[in-house]
Ligand binder design. Structure first.
Ligand code: ADP
Length: 479
């Protein structure tokens, strides 16, 4: 295994924090500390911004093909190191190795996609309607970007932001979540090996995100924020961005409805629910949070889902055969437990799981709750854990209204064999993405993102690079 860097990466050099502090990285399966990494302060944030600003002009002037080739090489190195990167992710984050390997492929795919996009940045040349001017439209990189990533997909959330920024010609500061800095540091090393010039990507790990980020956003110099995390922190950052009118992309929380109509293929719906609920132990903003099942098929769906959920093996993600790893930390587990207790107090029934296990690690069992009342706290809260909450409905209008009755709008899932219904309901759901007869929507080639308080902007797809580009137009009188 390659040695994993543990220092800050600023202006092309690995270095300790200016005030030489470190912070621990813990294994959520055991509670033990894996290692210490540099713990940056505001002065390191400033140094990273200086480096990003200094590198911006030359980086913007590189040939698109050069930027594309760096991403292509990084894509290959990531795939070559799948086993090392997967193990690192499992150790710091907890997901089972099989899922970590899947994330490595998914993460690498963003680099391949944006390697292909880097050479397709186009412009326009037109005559104004009155014939007096030529309009020349070009695209330029927005400038130094601040990329803030969460702990649940430590590698893919990095590549999803770094890929388009590199392709567009932007320099960056990457601030990963304090729980999972190692994947981001390893990724930084890979991009350096792939030929990314010094100062283009500056990676700062810190235990004091607010202390480092606020002066950067309020101080000027950052031209773009791309953030993935909670709605609560997204709101704070949006307010800070207002000071210097920083462009923002926010990918925030979700509260996904998962709707199973009476004409659905129940086997396919159960498969879809397993993916939409259990991917990443339920620690995903796309996780099915409210599962609405038509009352005529509710019993069958519940018993088939319960059989699948209770057959899963919970354990250390590095152990062979583990399906479900630990949650990220004790606070995450306590929140899941409190939501289950609240639902049960209000009348929900536990079909499997629901009990906190004894012993080390932040484990929580796969749980199915049925007859969940619509006023349970989990209807308005991201569960972020392996708890399937089943509600029943009788009528299409009612379920669409219930699904939309939330401030979030990231993704929804619909299972039906009626094409008209699928399209009608898909169009009415107030979410940025809809899975029709599938429990997985994430794909680097598709525009990922939400409406309402789930965020601003899109990542991936053709639009992903646009978030890192500005339009400029030159008006030239016709001779
Ligand atoms: P979660 O609750 O899932 O950890 P957060 O929104 O708290 O989600 O964290 C997502 C990312 O935002 C992490 O990198 C975290 O360090 C960062 N973060 C948290 N609070 C702030 C803040 N006040 N300013 C800037 N970044 C923050």
């Amino acid at each position: 295994m390659q040695a994993v860097p543990k220092q800050l990466h600023i202006a092309g050099t690995w270095q300790n924090a200016a005030a030489p502090r470190t912070m621990p990285v813990d294994n959520p399966a055991t509670g033990t500390t894996l290692c210490e990494v540099a713990d940056a302060g505001p002065e390191d944030g400033r140094a990273a911004l200086n480096a990003a600003q200094a590198a911006q002009k030359a980086w913007a002037a590189t040939a698109p093909r050069t930027r594309s080739e760096i991403l292509r090489r990084a894509h290959e190195i990531i795939l070559d190191r799948t086993e090392d990167l997967a193990l690192l992710m499992t150790l710091e984050m907890g997901k089972p190795l099989a899922e970590a390997r899947g994330e490595v492929t998914y993460a690498a795919e963003f680099f391949r996609w944006f390697a292909e996009e880097a050479v397709r940045i186009d412009g326009g040349y037109a005559t104004s309607p009155d014939g007096r001017n030529r309009h020349l439209v070009l695209r330029q990189p927005v400038g130094p970007c601040l990329l803030i990533t969460p702990w649940n997909f430590p590698l893919a959330m990095g590549t999803r932001k770094i890929g388009p920024a590199v392709a567009a010609g932007c320099t960056m500061i990457l601030k990963p979540a304090p729980q999972t800095p190692l994947s981001s540091l390893a990724l930084t090393g890979i991009l350096t090996e792939a030929g990314l010039p010094p100062g283009v990507l500056n990676t700062v790990t810190t235990s004091d995100a607010g202390g480092l980020v606020e002066p950067l956003l309020r101080g000027g110099g950052i031209r773009k924020l791309s953030f993935t995390g909670s709605t609560q922190v997204g709101r704070i950052l949006l307010a800070q961005c207002a000071d210097t009118v920083v462009r923002t992309s926010l990918e925030l929380g979700g509260n996904a409805p998962f709707i199973v109509f009476d004409d659905a293929d129940i086997g396919a719906a159960v498969d879809g629910a397993m993916v939409a609920k259990m991917r990443n132990m339920g620690e995903a903003c796309t996780a099915a949070n409210r599962i609405y099942v038509h009352s005529s098929v509710a019993g069958e769906f519940a018993s088939r889902l319960t059989a699948r959920m209770s057959a899963l093996t919970v354990g250390d993600g590095t152990a062979p055969g583990t399906d479900v790893g630990p949650l990220i930390d004790a606070a995450g587990r306590a929140k899941v437990d409190a939501l289950v207790r609240d639902a049960v107090d209000r009348g929900a029934k536990i079909l499997t799981g629901g009990e906190l296990p004894a012993g080390d690690g932040n484990f929580y069992p796969p749980t199915v709750l049925t007859e969940v009342p619509r006023d349970a706290a989990l209807t308005g809260t991201e569960i972020f854990g392996p708890v399937a909450a089943l509600f029943t409905f009788d009528d299409e209008e009612d379920v669409v209204q219930a699904a939309n009755d939330t401030e979030w709008g990231l993704v929804s899932y619909v299972f039906t064999r009626d094409l008209d219904r699928a399209l009608r309901v898909g169009e009415r759901l107030e979410t940025g993405m809809v899975g029709l007869n599938t429990g997985l929507v994430s794909n680097p080639a598709a525009p990922f993102g939400g409406v309402k308080q789930s965020g601003l902007g899109r990542e991936g797809g053709r639009v992903g690079i646009e978030e890192f580009l500005e339009y400029k137009y030159l008006a030239v009188p016709t001779g």
